[in-house]
Design a protein around this ligand. Structure first.
Ligand code: AMP
Ligand code: GLY
Length: 423
């Protein structure tokens, strides 16, 4: 089969890496990709927003299956476009992608079908929003309705910052139109986790649990990022809890969408808070997580192509997922400045010409790199994801950080505590 992966980050490298192990693969392409994953896939210089360009290229190259990494092309309707043209594509269509594309849509759906989530109110008028926030008092969570590259959420512990966030989102429009509507939410206390599931719109198959580390500094301090590291499986979420999340959240959400006339196909990513009164939804993403994918796919024993086709063809009930019992720890190496403005073009030392280390049980996923004149250079905020597998978390963590020690670039930074919670 010829498979096209859409996207350019570490997640897409994870998908490409996993696809490459399939005996069904004839050629993997990735648009626009990056030089690191370009060691395995052929990169195609078409941007993820250029839906017509991608469609024409896929038709011209007789692509059998397309897998979409990021949320933006999903929200723009790439799945609708490819499906109408008769091409198989893995991901939710435009209406289903609203679950991530509009937080107000997601909250209203959860509310209508009594699926556990924080209580909330939606505002389109900044004056009313500020009045409500002042009455309620902090802590509160303020969320821009639309896509804001993971930056549209403020957990406010001071009234001032909450009011300021309303001004920035609604009046100054720092996230563009994504902030013209906001959700103000109850602050939930508990342990945060993400659970990703495959679904064909009917059957829901939870994947192995993973813990992301969103903040930039050790001990969950500092501003939020796209994710600084992951370990998988979970030390907290056993099979019984996964089943409970499926029964109370994942399946009801898919059924609710179906009742609204929407068949959700692809990965449903639930960001959850495990509260004293049970798991509650923080947010949904409509795609694989980054860097969750880089920890989860190395533990997946099924052929990814079989799973994607079962989703697209709505026969996921035939599939059983199988996981390697090894533990995975993934550490993100980030550029100086990230998650704010960051540097690019720094020389990366330690990698071989294929972008890897000659270490068994360690995989280097490239998130933002370029290979120029025989030299690896940084080319993004998150640069590399270093994944190690071990018989237990202690071993996986040790292997991951030993590998990290061998890689170096100017102002590189990373969290030193990925995996520690599981020890
Ligand atoms: P989101 O993008 O909606 O997942 O929000 C980003 C982060 O903000 C989450 O990973 C949580 O750490 C935090 N967060 C979001 N909503 C809430 C909430 N209702 N209560 C507490 N923390 C939240
Ligand atoms: N790791 C968080 C995300 O993929 O959104």
């Amino acid at each position: 089969m010829k498979v096209l992966v859409i996207g350019s980050g570490g997640r897409e490298h994870g998908i490409v890496w996993k696809l490459a192990q399939s005996s069904q693969i004839e050629q993997i392409y990735c648009a626009p990709g990056n030089d690191g994953l370009g060691m395995t896939a052929r990169v195609v210089p078409i941007k993820v927003e250029d839906l017509e360009g991608l469609l024409n290229w896929a038709i011209g190259h007789e692509i059998d299956l397309t897998i979409v990494g990021p949320e933006v092309p999903l929200s723009l309707g790439i799945v609708d476009l490819f499906t109408e043209a008769g091409l198989k594509i893995f991901g939710p269509d435009r209406s289903a992608a609203m679950l991530e594309g509009s937080k107000a849509f997601a909250k209203d759906l959860l509310d209508k079908y009594n699926i556990p989530t924080a209580s909330y109110k939606i505002f389109t008028d900044p004056v009313e929003a500020k009045k409500y926030i002042t009455e309620q008092g902090v802590p509160l969570v303020i969320k821009a309705d639309g896509l804001a590259a993971g930056k549209g959420v403020l957990v406010a512990t001071e009234l001032n910052e909450a009011l300021q966030a309303v001004e920035e989102m609604m009046e100054q429009q720092v996230f563009g139109s994504a902030g013209s509507r906001i959700v103000v939410e109850e602050f939930l206390q508990g342990v945060e986790m993400s659970l990703l599931a495959l679904t064909d719109g009917h059957t829901v198959l939870p994947m192995t649990p993973a813990h992301d580390h969103k903040t930039v500094f050790d001990g969950d301090q500092g501003p939020n990022t796209g994710g600084m590291g992951v370990f998988s499986p979970s030390h907290l979420v056993d099979e019984e809890m996964v089943e409970k999340i499926k029964e109370t959240i994942l399946q009801p959400t898919i059924d609710a969408l179906k009742a609204e006339g929407i068949i959700y196909k692809g990965v449903l990513y639930a960001g959850l808070m495990l509260t004293e009164s049970g798991p509650k939804v923080l947010e949904f993403n409509v795609r694989f997580g980054d860097p969750e994918t880089q920890a989860v796919l190395p533990r997946l024993e099924n052929d990814l192509i079989d799973l994607c086709l079962a989703v697209v063809d709505e026969r996921l009930d035939e599939i059983r997922l199988s996981w390697n019992p090894q533990k995975a720890v993934t550490v993100i190496l980030a550029s100086g400045g990230y998650p704010l403005a960051y540097e690019k073009g720094k020389e990366i030392r330690g990698l071989d010409s294929t972008g890897q280390l000659d270490t068994e049980d360690v995989i280097i996923f490239h998130a933002g790199t370029r290979f120029v004149d025989g030299q690896w250079l940084t080319n993004g905020g998150r640069v590399l994801a270093v994944t190690a597998l071990g018989k237990d978390f202690a071993q996986a963590q040790k292997l991951a950080y030993q590998a990290v020690e061998r890689i170096e670039f100017a102002n590189m930074h990373y969290r030193q505590d990925i995996g520690s919670k599981a020890l």
